[in-house]
Design a protein around this ligand. Sequence first.
Ligand SMILES: Cc1cc2nc3c(=O)[nH]c(=O)nc-3n(C[C@H](O)[C@H](O)[C@H](O)COP(=O)(O)O)c2cc1C
Length: 377
Amino acid sequence: MTATPLLFTPIKLRELSLKNRVIVSPMATYSAIDGHVTDWHVGHIAKLAAGGPGLVFVEQSSVNLQGRITHGCLGIWDDSHVAGLSKLASIIHSLNAKAAIQIAHSGRKGSSQRPWEGGGPLGPADAVARNEGPWELAASSSIPFDNGWPAPHMMTTEDIDRVVEDYRRAFRRAREAGFDVVELHCAHGYLLHSFLSPLANNRNDHYGGSLANRMRLPLRLAAIMREEWPAHLPVFVRISSVDGVDIGWSIEDSVEFAKALKQVGVDVVDCSSGGMKLPRGNSLVSRTPGFQVPFAEKVQREAKIPTVAVGLIRECQHAETVLEESKATLIALGRELLWNPNWPAQAALEMGCDPDWSHWPPQYAWWLKRRVIQQGQ
Ligand SMILES: Cc1cc2nc3c(=O)[nH]c(=O)nc-3n(C[C@H](O)[C@H](O)[C@H](O)COP(=O)(O)O)c2cc1C
């Protein structure tokens, strides 16, 4: 009998057991109403959880109204959001996976149109067309995200202290809703990335300048996340491992950040990249399969903390090799799961490690297994 592939070897993070190492990456769907979960989210999350992953992320959820990207972003800024989120956690559990949620603030990239409505900054025309007007942005500094984007309000220390309490309440609500894992979003040009990166942060107080100062707010929030989350459950942080434009935040900075995150009790660093500027075709990071794996590898090896590899990982054997070569501890998939939500369960069959079809819901497995036996497909 062949050994179980690492991809389908269960793993324990603190006291949380994942049945395999495939993660549904957080994916915003901009389909909330006033931050509330809708029927869309229920169907979407159920479909992904039924496909056999070990851990399912609910998309980035905003700590306050100002921190939404679009009018359709999920929210966790009010107690009334807990019921819908709790429904999502419970659906994920009922499909035999563990539930995670990403906690976020858009910073200078807020007040945007949904991608399919243009993805640019909201303007008066959006207010007329959909009653979705713009709002004032807040970030580490008043440097706009890109050409044509509004300049954000540079947060005062009082603003920062207020947002810290918004995050604290968001972490509490996430736990109340029943999630097993919580992730602090420090990537993709949003608020916390705008503190980390010298391309976005030109402050001259103790939240700007040196690397230690730029890391101060994200680290403060990571410590609060750890404090608020039960000691037996893991907490993740997602980073943009590199800015990918004009140098900016570097992979060496990410290693230092990951070491500091480990010190405050963060269990896993989820290694994404970019988002600091609009893509212009001059990115320093080429988008080939597994393009962010080297970042996960370096952070895991040098900061000695488990990492998530993500980004154009589509083949199960590729995912397995990343794990075998200790380049990451977990594998997250995004668009591939939108294309084929059954990817994890199909990969387990393809890799020959699911003779009982245990990665499928029994309601499907019973029929599909017989179809394969009878018809070879
Ligand atoms: C529709 C969509 C929405 C996304 N929303 C988020 C999000 O809410 N938070 C986040 O950190 N990344 C988000 N991402 C990035 C994904 O989590 C993932 O890192 C990225 O798509 C690369 O993985 P892939 O090549 O497997 O898709 C999103 C990606 C997509 C395609």
